[in-house]
Unconditional design. Sequence first.
Length: 376
Amino acid sequence: VVFPALALNYLGQGALVLSHPDAISNPFFLMFPNWALLPMVILATAATIIASQSVITGAFSLIRQAIHLGFLPRFEICYTSETQTGQIYLPLVNTILLTGVLALMLMFGSSEALAPAYGVSITGAMVIDTILAFEFVRRQWGWPALTAIAVLLPLFSLELVFLGANLFKIHHGGYVPILIAGTLITMMWTWRKGVSLLREKTARQDIPLSQFMAMVERKSEHAPVQVPGTAIFLTATPDTTPAVLLHNIKHNHVLHQHNVIMTIKTAKVPYVPEKDRYTITKLSDRFSLLELRFGFMDDQNVSRALVRCRKEGFKFEIMSTSFYLGRRKLIADPKSGLPQWQDKLFITMADSAIDPTEYFHLPPNRVVELGEQVII
């Protein structure tokens, strides 16, 4: 329905401009008689509202996927439906969109002045979509490279012509979408680079989990005191001892009766079936390894996943279980590997991230946080 309607509309506008060149100022509304102008303005306003809602929803979805894939820090995500996991609301993103729209209104003043920015953004998105389509048909559909090129090259060439024509309007406002895209790319690049450097620095102090287990389970007068209950330690590297576990023994000199090393993986698929949600590996009488898997569009609700684990035989009592989280305070060091501006940007992004307790839906009265300082 939409494509034929748009095609007829654009062809009609083209025919009007060819017949009456003076109608180029506003060909859409000049196609209608005077009595139909008010209904068309109402219809166009309603269509604009619908389109804006689509943009907002798309921004929420893309940011959530970027968070789960590790390109951005964790932001607050509110779920507005009990049945549809895709119905979400991100307060920070919504505020940024509002600020951006108001800034563009004040900067350009009219929709006509905004046209160059719109043209660059649309044609740029078309070119990128075709490049992504090339990868998709090769990897997902198994097309040979030559077949994919033969099908997509004509479309790609036409889109490059459109993009090239719009690039002449960069100095008239076309720089705005390029500036926004460049800012987002810089933030994602900084976050990935900073997280990689942070892992590299903390890895220098890592102790293999097997070695740690052998040390603490050896009976000696220096062995930590055993306390009843279950402790769950969140970590991104399950083969090494979580830093928060080491800090707990260092400061409190205790080790729980049952200890679960839990890691959360984000799969490169939208959703992970419930039957594939978790894997439990018993390492010893006191240690177990729990891996939870979520799709990049799944709600990473750890509490709900643990309830399912419990039903499947993973025995623990939530009121005698403690969740241990590590909280790092990052300190900038210009000699550490990142430029100073990137250091500051990464630390700012890290500080803006939502608390892991809220993000993973952990019971707040069962969470213990231990902090450390890391120079980056």
